[in-house]
Ligand binder design. Structure first.
Ligand code: PHE
Length: 349
């Protein structure tokens, strides 16, 4: 074949070459661009061409070479866009998504919200107050006389303490959220139906069963003709909403300075169905809260007429209810923030 024809033939091949894949482009490269490409062979044949035609053929072969190079660039680009779009097609839409780990609510928040929800349904509103509290709201207005031993029951953390027995300037971390209810009584007129959730502090050594802070929800209901029967029925309603409709309660006489009469309330053990287990210490009952009829002295302190109004109050520890609901007995777990503990709680609340 004449050199001219060979050039023509290769030109045609280059022009006709179609590439669909990266592999096709590589075939083109080896054939026309690579170190042993076919155009190179033509240069060898140039030696045999008569002198007067050398220039013409040289230019033809050079033209072929740049034609091949241009085509190579074009093919590379074209296949690049194809393989990009075919990559897209290869996305596997059935592949499960990577898990997004959602935070969980703290177990104490779950229980607190559930308690609030139960009392909201019967008309109680939430009230909150300061954790650093004066003597009046934490003790004196609640009928704790200045030297009354009941103050010792509360293991108070004092911020300001007087040596001379004058309590009026004493400041402490609140030992219960009854302090919030004094504030509510002072600032509103009956009927009052309120619950006060919040953190409280007591100076106790930290162990599985005691902590220097914990959480309470306390309730207060004041109106005309509020009776002990109302209190009992309200607590039975709460126990059944919280622990199931089979739950029962029993009241044992007790003492609090701010209520008279006072009682401690047990709920039938939900763990063994009151048959007896190590959680209820084989009694079938679990203590869950303190309660009583608001002492007339407390009403007087808040400028509410005890001859016209009566009321009941109750208070419970959120940790205690959480212990029964989630069977988590060690109080320390609630404040250690161990993610393995926290992530086990999923809730609608
Ligand atoms: N304030 C009491 C406590 O912290 C609980 C309580 C509230 C008892 C209301 C009776 C009535 O222990």
């Amino acid at each position: 074949m004449e050199l001219k024809e060979k050039i023509q033939e290769l030109k045609q091949q280059i022009e006709d070459f179609k590439a669909k894949t990266v592999e096709d482009v590589e075939v083109f490269r080896i054939k026309f661009i690579g170190s042993k490409n076919q155009i190179k062979d033509l240069y060898k044949e140039l030696k045999a061409v008569p002198l007067e035609s050398k220039k013409e053929f040289g230019q033809l072969i050079n033209g072929l070479k740049s034609f091949a190079e241009e085509k190579f660039l074009f093919l590379k680009q074209a296949v690049g866009t194809i393989s990009q779009s075919s990559n897209k097609k290869q996305i596997d839409f059935s592949r499960p998504a990577e898990e997004i780990s959602l935070g969980a609510r703290h177990p104490l928040a779950i229980v607190k919200n559930e308690i609030i929800d139960i009392f909201k349904r019967i008309g109680f509103v939430v009230s909150e107050g300061p954790e650093v509290e004066d003597d009046w709201h934490n003790f004196s207005a609640l009928n704790f006389p200045p030297e009354h031993p009941a103050r010792d029951m509360q293991d108070t953390f004092f911020i300001e303490k007087s040596d001379d027995g004058d309590r009026t300037n004493e400041i402490a971390l609140r030992t219960h959220t009854s302090s919030v209810q004094v504030r509510v009584m002072e600032n509103s007129t009956p009927p009052i139906r309120t619950i006060s959730p919040g953190r409280v502090y007591r100076n106790e050594a930290i162990s599985a069963r005691a902590h220097c802070f914990f959480h309470q929800v306390e309730g207060l209901y004041i109106d005309t003709d509020v009776s002990f029967a109302d209190l009992k029925q309200t607590l039975l309603y709460f126990a059944r909403e919280m622990f199931g409709e089979k739950a029962n309660i029993r009241l044992r006489p007790s003492y609090f300075p701010f209520t008279e009469p006072s009682a401690e309330v047990d709920v039938s053990c939900t763990i063994c169905n009151a048959k007896g287990c190590n959680v209820c210490k084989y009694t079938g009952w679990l203590e869950i809260l303190g309660c009583g009829m608001v002492d007339p002295n407390v009403l007087k302190s808040a400028n509410i007429d005890p001859d016209k109004y009566s009321g009941f109050a109750f208070g419970m520890g959120i940790e205690r209810i959480a212990q029964l609901k989630f069977r988590v007995g060690d109080l320390r777990l609630y404040s250690e923030n161990d993610i393995r503990f926290l992530k086990q709680f999923k809730s609608a609340y």
